[in-house]
Design a protein around this ligand. Sequence first.
Ligand code: SF4
Length: 213
Amino acid sequence: MDPDDTAVALLHQLAGQVAGCTRCRLAAGRTNVVFGTGDPKANLMFIGEGPGEQEDLQGLPFVGRSGQLLDRLMLEEIGITRSHCYIANMTKCRPPGNRDPMPDEISACRPYLESQLDLIAPKVVVTLGRFASQALLDSTEGITRLRGRVYPYRSGYLVPTFHPSAALRGGGTVVAQMRSDFVRAKEVLLSPARTTAKGAGQHRVSGADSSHA
Ligand code: SF4
């Protein structure tokens, strides 16, 4: 079997395993586990913090107003739709009342995210918001200080930006900063790969031109 096909099969198997997870207290209040969605061979992966109400009901990440903004910025600044990337969260179950996920919940769920990163092996990870950015960069800096830069991450790169819900609350300035972060992610996506783990040309992002490369 092609190694990529094996990874896709293992990702599917992992989703089945996570569907029954009771590792942390968030299992008690969930309607659905929100494992992730998109292209399991994507070069670009977005990681948010945790499912909200609509995500919990539908079992899909970023399907509410935040998701609409994410879709719009993705299309307008990177030139792709969500079927050309992969979207997941730090926690796969909804924190009650949309509270922030607690450190022990993030830790309990972290191995699933690490397995997703292993199997998808994206060249570029865009972290959406403070929780995902701090956790993946192992930093205590706020998102305002973390964003605006590209970080080496695994065999590729990490581009931190705001969570779309912060942009909905914060208005034009935050949206403009998110746009510039998405352009940064596109530039890195089109740049030479850091390692041979997954070359830039192997999994092209459909719809992205090379004008920023
Ligand atoms: S949040 Fe993660 S660790 Fe906690 S129950 Fe859900 S899938 Fe399991």
